[in-house]
Design a protein around this ligand. Sequence first.
Ligand code: CA
Length: 312
Amino acid sequence: MKRRFLGGAIVAVVAAIALPVAALAGGDVSNGSFENGNFNGGGYETLAAGTATAGAITGWSVTSGTVDWIGTYWTSEDGSKSLDMNGTATSEVPSTAGTISQILATTVNNKYVVHFFLAGNPTCGPSTKNLIVSAAGAAPQNYSFTNTSTTTLTNMGWEAEAYSFAATGASTTLTFSADPSNTSLCGPALDNVSTTETVAAVATGADCKRGGWRTMFEPDGTPFKNQGDCVSFYATSGATPIGVPGRPASSFSGTPSVAGGAGQHTLTEETMGAIGRVAASACPPCEDRAADARRARLQSVLGEARRPVLAA
Ligand SMILES: [Ca+2]
């Protein structure tokens, strides 16, 4: 492959097609092995940014330059297809170094590890190929693969690599780019991309603002905003108990977890309960049931005169 320059004869450029890609839950990569899509068959197919071929691989977009979608040309790490991130220049897209991307559905603060396999086209230089991986939530990182006398088209020497980021939004664009300083036809080879997700284990003050906490009322009708108490609690690493000054400090001794998660139940029961106040439930569907249970419990402890009133 890549021993010929296609010129302008083959590629009929169609207006750039930007099809929305449905992101999967949990940061999952769609079609990470590059097996699915509109593949023309054979050894390889060149895909060029801004052309009809840019979206040929299901789930992925070629966003700059060109890549070669490899079929039988070399032995993929997984399945029967993979990528040469340096494609074959066309008259319309005269760059070999390519970039591909996919939008992942992510959760803010959760950590994602992107696993992938890297090799290099062994048929031409440079011997060392560089691949840059990037996503919001982490600095771009360069990965290198060096061909040796033992790496061949049938023995690519695929190496497992990993890139980590902490999501900063509900969607994150994952990008792989060939080193633009390598203008040869032989670039880094990529296959078998997958992700693992780790839920953020420790809350921050910002987590208190996600709707899990509501304005409540003291038994005498005085409103208080336990959301602010929650923020203070985390900002001081628990030194500031959730409660009114002068009241007993929290008995909470566990590890706080994300508001709305399992840990909040413990937090509300042990801290708010311990100081005789009522916390809002994090889950609206069980709000009434939880409120009823708390009312009953508090009535038994405090008596009718101090019955708390839940916010509407
Ligand atoms: Ca594959």
